[in-house]
Ligand binder design. Sequence first.
Ligand SMILES: [Mn+2]
Length: 314
Amino acid sequence: MQLIVHHWDADGICSASLIAKHLVSEGCTNVSPPIGEFRFDERVWKAIGSSESVFVADLNVPGEVERIDRKTTFFDHHIQPRIQNRLVRQINPAINGEKAPSCAFVISRHIDWWGVESVIGTVGDVGREALSIPEIKKSMERLGMSEEDAVKIATLMDTNHISGNREGVEKAVRVVGELEWRELISFEPWIRQSERIEEEFRSVISSVSSEGKRAFVEFKSDFNIISRVARHLVWEVGYDEALVINRDFGRRVQLYYRVSKKISREKDLANLISKLRSAGVNAGGKDEVVGCVFSPNKWDVVREIVYDHLGWFG
Ligand SMILES: [Mn+2]
């Protein structure tokens, strides 16, 4: 049996579906790490232990991948070091300084196949910007899928991780692989989840404070909504920066920062990520985002590093 370990978001789900359909010859299973945490828990290691070979997709967990003791293909598009583990084949254009909008894009290009998953995974990660990518635009035209349709499906797919539904994340890989894309838009379990999330989201947004082009919000919730809150603030409301903090996410603290594309260079987030990692904080991200989850006793350390790096005064 082959195993796919994938990110919990729409890009991770779509990446896993692409692998299951095009790169796995016989049966396969798929697992996601605990939602919101960039590490393999016991459940993931157990699944790896009973598999013949492994695929890891859209998960910026180089440290974990180094420890895998069997043949592994690691697809990703996040900035990360070159993997030294000889059992691992790492397919990530970011290693050569080349940008890729999504992991689904990286896999689609690798297998030379473009379809629903290529579109939804990419829209999930970069939003409407995906339409300016020729391969994505062409696929949508061929599928008869509008921009609204694509955004809607990516949003619905993300309801699984947003509501903390790890089982739903793992099931979604089959759902996207087996249903026709028009059926995904009205897939009941995802619709119901989205209604519950909307309520929580609205309540968080109503408590955002801002200073000029900076937005800040802190709250407590079991729902994994920080990345969506940050996207909303930067992509839809138009802030240059958004710092979102969930002080009680399953007894951990979640911090998420997003910066607009136009000032992302000056923020040097790769450097912020390495500062956080040096302090023993499990942090990840890309050019425009930094996310981390940590225990409450690290709050003061994280707060100082983040505020100092961003030049904010907390
Ligand atoms: Mn991704």
